[in-house]
Design a protein around this ligand. Structure first.
Ligand SMILES: Nc1nc2c(c(=O)[nH]1)N[C@H]1C(S)=C(S)[C@@H](COP(=O)(O)O)O[C@H]1N2
Ligand SMILES: [Mo]
Length: 235
């Protein structure tokens, strides 16, 4: 088990509860498949692959890591279980999908329509997981069931939840951060240590702006989750 306990990075404050969070426009879009890990590998690959049993065969790891949202809240010591992205890449993507040379822009898509890009090199780091378990429990709707990305060195918005596709592209043409948030609110890497919160915008605008917007997004996510939970109880 790897443990990763560091002082809070620049511009972050600690929150004690780990809540459902995300872009407001996805609050009311609920993933339908919460139980079965299955997703496509696509993009500039020789052979698109639907992953299912291959995933269950990969080695599993546990990890405790801090979680940092770009809107300035952090949760310490989150306990995940899953598969290292690097193992998935080497044991499934390379031999089965056979990405073309230079297919290093990775786009992760969620069942709710969310999408985000990461650089392949960043995903191959030791602490990047495709996680299906949080605190010993399946992820649930709040935290990205059935499978989500965990990349502790990167802001939370890179941690795609409800993964339904992972694409490997040779360029960024196939990717647009979800509207109405233009690509300038995204950063190709989004590293926490370097405050890569956004491109172009200066930190003295972006930090207070995000901190101001955060409670509205959190409230919207919580209301939607409570609504979804009430509907589940009726069925
Ligand atoms: N599918 C999907 N993944 C997503 C999001 C989303 O709205 N939809 N929001 C991102 C953001 S901004 C954050 S901070 C984290 C929140 O993870 P949590 O809900 O487990 O707290 O999920 C990220 N992944
Ligand atoms: Mo976030």
């Amino acid at each position: 088990m790897t443990t990763d306990q560091k002082p809070l990075p620049p511009g972050q404050f600690e929150t004690l509860s780990f809540d459902r969070f995300g872009l407001g426009r996805f609050a009311w879009r609920f993933a339908k498949n919460l139980d079965t890990v299955t997703f496509r590998i696509a993009g500039d690959v020789a052979q698109p692959v639907q992953v299912k049993d291959q995933f269950a065969a990969l080695p599993r790891v546990e990890q405790v890591s801090d979680f940092h949202c770009v809107t300035t809240w952090s949760v310490r010591a989150v306990h995940w279980r899953g598969v290292r992205f690097a193992d998935f890449y080497r044991q499934v993507v390379l031999p089965q999908a056979k990405p073309q040379d230079g297919a290093t822009v990775v786009v992760l898509r969620g069942q709710d329509g969310y999408r985000v890009s990461m650089l392949l090199d960043d995903l191959l780091a030791d602490d990047v997981l495709l996680a299906d378990t949080l605190d010993g429990q399946p992820l649930g709707l709040a935290h990205g069931a059935p499978l989500r990305l965990v990349a502790p060195a990167h802001y939370g918005y890179k941690h795609a939840k409800h993964i339904e596709a992972i694409e490997f592209w040779r360029d960024r043409r196939h990717y647009r951060f979800p509207l109405p948030y233009p690509n300038l609110m995204d950063h190709p890497r989004g590293r926490v240590a370097f405050e890569e919160r956004a491109r172009f915008l200066p930190m003295w605008i972006i930090r207070p702006l995000y901190r101001f917007l955060m409670p509205f997004a959190r409230h919207k996510m919580r209301t939607a989750l409570e609504h979804w939970q009430a509907a589940q109880r009726k069925h």
